[in-house]
Unconditional design. Structure first.
Length: 283
């Protein structure tokens, strides 16, 4: 049986859905079982990653764990990994493409946390695999607010920002592969989408999936700053996001592409596929 953390989130949700769909035994560790909408067949247990005893209580009968680490800072992961190791051998960890456990300096606190969690995994005695995700295509769900109900314009300060965004099902497939087949221990797989696409390209593809014409409109940085702040993000995160998008807008910017195919042998899902899969969220 696989224990899935973050099962109410983007990638954990895909892991739980795909495992259950394949007839595997799945247990989800969630903070609020009453609010969790999980597929039939997924066993749900209350637990919190900041409480290692609650993780251990969910570990009986578990062989492998899909781990997300949404907490700020990596220190509390050590007792969680100890609790896991009392019962299971394998862990697939949702890391980030920028993670580098060998580096001494990191660009931002989130990447630093992923690198530290990877270091903790390497020291844990577990058979671990890191799935180092590129930017999620699912981040574009932030556009639902503007597009739902017939909206046709996405206002953005960086319409030309280009990334090889990845479908969450591809990340889930790599994690499931690592948990259910051999030979992935101690490996870190970077997983991106197959093509570099600007925000304008992605908005156009969403329009094709919705059957209407959509476009981007350039805004000032002040408007983007105010919007992210109103969404509840702390100042440091707002500045980090805007700075990153400035980098993605540099015509010289590119990302090394490594798709799920390198691990699973299955062709990577395209952004068009993602748009078709999520079109209803934008209607
Ligand atoms: N977004 C990207 O482009 C990107 C790229 C690379 C890597 N990543 C990494 O992917 C991970 C997931 O990111 P996301 O923002 O997309 O997350 P998300 O979909 O919002 O999922 C986060 C999950 O963590 C759960 N969670 C939060 N705190 C918890 C706790 N204390 N105990 C147990 N579960 C807890 C949430 O459950 P509740 O229902 O309880 O809130 C939710 O299921 C992060 O580590 C992020 O750094 C993201």
């Amino acid at each position: 049986m696989i224990l899935v953390t973050g099962a109410t989130g983007t990638v954990g949700g895909a892991v739980a859905r795909r495992l259950a769909g394949a007839g595997e035994d799945v247990r989800a560790l969630v903070r609020s079982p009453e609010a969790a909408r999980l597929p039939a067949g997924v066993e749900v247990m209350r637990g919190d990653l900041s409480d290692p005893a609650s993780v251990e209580a969910a570990m009986h009968g578990i062989d492998g764990v899909f781990l997300v680490w949404p907490l700020p800072g990596a220190a509390p992961v050590v007792p969680v990994l100890e609790a896991v190791r009392l019962h299971a051998e394998r862990v697939a960890y949702l890391s980030s493409a920028g993670a580098d456990p060998a580096a001494e300096e990191h660009g931002d606190p989130i990447t630093a946390t992923h690198s530290e969690v990877e270091r903790a995994l390497a020291a844990s005695g577990l058979a671990w695999t890191a799935v180092r995700a590129g930017g999620f295509a699912a981040n574009d769900l932030a556009w639902t607010e503007e597009l739902r109900g017939g909206g046709s314009v996405v206002r953005t300060p960086f319409p030309e920002a280009r990334r090889a965004v990845v479908h969450e099902d591809d990340l889930a497939d790599v994690a499931i592969h690592a948990l259910t087949s051999g030979g992935h221990e101690g490996r870190a797989y970077t997983v991106t989408g197959p093509e570099m696409l600007s925000e304008t390209d992605r908005v156009r593809f969403l329009g094709e999936a919705l059957g209407r014409t959509l476009k981007t409109e350039r805004t000032g940085l002040d408007e983007a700053h105010a919007r992210l702040t109103a969404a509840g993000l702390p100042a440091e995160a707002v500045n980090g996001i805007l700075e990153a998008h400035r980098t993605f807008s540099d015509p010289a910017y590119t990302e090394e592409r490594h798709t799920a195919e390198e691990v699973t042998g299955m062709p990577p899902r395209t952004y068009r596929q993602w748009a078709a899969d999520h079109a209803d969220a934008f209607r």
